[in-house]
Ligand binder design. Structure first.
Ligand code: GLN
Length: 305
């Protein structure tokens, strides 16, 4: 398996030159665009890896399924569904799905920014610090890594420049979809996006989603099976934003990308995959990362379709 991973990385390495680092969060331009790494956590309990798998990067949008899980664990499916819809937006991650002069819960999805910002308000906790700490604890458990922390430089960089997200959050507030102080909600969202991870953290998170809440190795169940189905279905239809259809055809598994260059893929019952390659396409998805997943899916028959 390691040999196969090395071969696929070598074949996909040229694709890094087709991508570009995200620069709307200035701190992200410090990444090395040539990095490419992968980890796979399989149901035999082994972690396989290749390339720059040990490099750290910020989780960015890959925190969205974790935000959703935390909201489901705190409120149940019915309340979450009432506040944030499940239809694929077919729009960029920071898009506005606004029709007929109204913004309704069905217009937002937990895998794009507006929905994820709304989801932050559903995490239990007396203060936004407490809400964030609960989210960080869940992320540590899912990643099987008690040492995860926030990359302060990336957090401050996005907090300073994240005016599009500010606009999205104020729109949610205008339409009564969030009640709390906008800056506090955004602070929680920016911190969540800035949690620093590596490929093995993403592989472990993906594995637990692939196994409906059971952690790798210990097999301990940390969320009910139906929450896994709910999250994976939304990842399948919207996890790669407006590239989700193409990804479903070419790779065929639930996945989530982030502008830090990470992709987490969920191969139901079989494996969790974590990939890092920060050169992105125009949709904000890792170019080489998608190619690696495409080849891996062909070789190992990963598609669920
Ligand atoms: N923090 C980023 C943002 O809100 C996350 C986007 C992403 O990873 N696609 O813009």
């Amino acid at each position: 398996m390691e040999e196969l991973l090395e071969k696929i990385l070598a074949a996909c390495e040229p694709f890094v030159r087709q991508g570009k680092l995200a620069d709307y969060i200035p701190e992200l331009t410090k990444a090395d665009p040539n990095d490419l790494g992968i980890c796979i956590q399989s149901s035999d309990g082994r972690m396989r890896h290749a390339g720059d798998y040990h490099k750290c990067f910020t989780i960015q949008s890959i925190v969205k399924p974790i935000l959703l899980l935390q909201a489901l664990m705190d409120n149940g499916i019915a309340s979450v569904r009432q506040k944030v819809g499940v239809e694929a937006t077919g729009k960029p991650f920071d898009g506005i799905n606004y029709t007929e002069q109204a913004l309704l819960s069905d217009h937002i999805n937990p895998m794009v920014n507006m929905g994820a910002i709304a989801i932050c308000t559903m995490i239990q906790g007396r203060t936004y610090q407490e809400k964030f700490q609960r989210l960080l604890s869940l992320t540590k458990r899912l990643a099987c890594n008690p040492d995860l922390s926030v990359n302060e430089a990336v957090y401050l960089s996005e907090k300073r420049t994240g005016n599009k997200n500010r606009a999205l959050a104020y729109l949610l507030k205008t339409y009564g979809m969030i009640e709390d102080d906008v800056e506090q909600v955004l602070d929680c969202y920016f911190r969540a996006c800035s949690i620093q991870v590596n490929c093995s953290d993403l592989a472990n998170i993906g594995f637990t989603l692939a196994n409906h809440g059971r952690l790798p190795i210990s097999g301990e169940r940390i969320f009910p099976s139906e929450y896994g189905s709910y999250v994976n279905a939304i990842l399948m239809t919207c996890g790669m934003y407006d590239g989700s259809g193409e990804f479903a055809v070419n790779v065929g598994v639930p996945a989530k990308s982030g502008v830090g260059g990470g992709i987490m893929a969920v191969v139901p019952t079989r494996m969790g995959i974590g990939i890092f390659s920060p050169a992105l396409d125009e949709k904000g998805n890792s170019v080489a990362g998608i190619q690696v997943l495409k080849q891996l899916s062909q070789k190992l028959y990963l598609s669920i379709f």
